[in-house]
Design a protein around this ligand. Structure first.
Ligand SMILES: Nc1ncnc2c1ncn2[C@@H]1O[C@H](COP(=O)(O)OP(=O)(O)OP(=O)(O)O)[C@@H](O)[C@H]1O
Ligand SMILES: [Mg+2]
Length: 259
């Protein structure tokens, strides 16, 4: 019988590839937000970038950029929920933003250790050094089709640490920065802009629920302009309306500072 955590055969037992560590297929990417709206152009662009044949021997590398709260992470989660099955050997999720705020420890090295664990490498076999982990990660992902989502990277070098070891895999990075240097590594860049007006209206209406904004189309337009098409700001506006059922859209728009 295979060890329950290591996937290794018991002494004397022939290896069974069904239980081999590299057969584990983690599905770590969180679901997109409920009521996800729009972003059809960006989803199609991701589709194109992640389904086109890889360039040379390297895995596909896509960098999704855009300002704070524009919806980079949500877009990627939506794509993985819809199309992640194209990477049947695993979809790994590394949330660098939360690792950065998580206190002691080295985020990149810790995150690589976690990736190795979920791919079936036993704790005892995870190297202590960062370079050892990077090398083992490439080895374990060689010959596989895995997708690594590296959420909120801040430096180009971070992409190198999480690059899978096969051309049939992909690394999908989100960042507020352009990480332009990654172009030299064959990265395709996708800029996520603030939502256009119609998408912003659709998002605000979806967040506020049916009926709430029906009578005030012009105030809704103003609120969307005040939110500058940023989903994060539109959520804050919707939360203000939800908190105070007596507050009208025009009253709220009057009270908000101009952008
Ligand atoms: N297309 C969308 N439909 C519905 N809600 C969305 C959409 N895009 C983003 N949101 C919501 O807007 C908020 C901000 O989105 P998200 O976290 O994806 O942005 P981000 O660009 O990754 O921001 P950050 O700079 O904080 O990492 C989230 O609460 C998310 O649920
Ligand atoms: Mg994000």
């Amino acid at each position: 019988m295979s060890g329950p955590t290591t996937g290794r055969p018991a002494p004397g037992e022939a290896p069974d590839s069904r239980h081999a560590p590299w057969r584990r297929s983690p599905r770590q990417v969180p679901a997109p937000p409920a009521g996800f709206v729009g972003r059809h152009r960006e989803l199609a662009a991701l589709d194109d970038a992640l389904s086109s044949p890889p360039d040379g021997q390297r895995p596909r590398l896509v960098v999704v950029t855009g300002p704070l709260g524009v919806g980079r992470t949500s877009l990627v989660r939506r794509w993985v929920a819809d199309r992640g099955h194209r990477f049947p050997d695993g979809q790994l999720y590394v949330d660098l933003a939360s690792l950065r705020s998580g206190g002691p420890g080295t985020p990149v090295s810790d995150a690589l250790g976690e990736c190795l664990l979920v791919l079936g490498v036993g704790l005892d076999y995870i190297p202590a050094s960062l370079s050892g982990r990077v090398g083992l990660f490439r080895s374990v992902t060689a010959g596989t089709a895995v997708l690594v989502v590296l959420d909120e990277a801040t430096e180009p070098a971070q992409a190198g640490y999480f690059m899978p070891g096969s051309r049939t895999s992909a690394l999908l990075v989100t960042s507020q920065d352009h990480l332009t240097e990654l172009t030299l590594d064959g990265a395709r860049h996708l800029a996520v802009d603030p939502m256009d007006h119609d998408e912003g209206v659709a998002l605000l209406r979806a967040l506020c629920g049916p009926g709430r904004l029906e009578q005030e189309p012009q105030a809704v337009d103003r609120l969307v302009q005040l939110g500058q098409g940023l989903p994060l700001d539109l959520r804050i506006i919707a939360a203000r309306l939800a908190k105070d059922p007596g507050l009208s859209a025009s009253e709220l728009a009057d009270s908000l500072p101009l952008p």
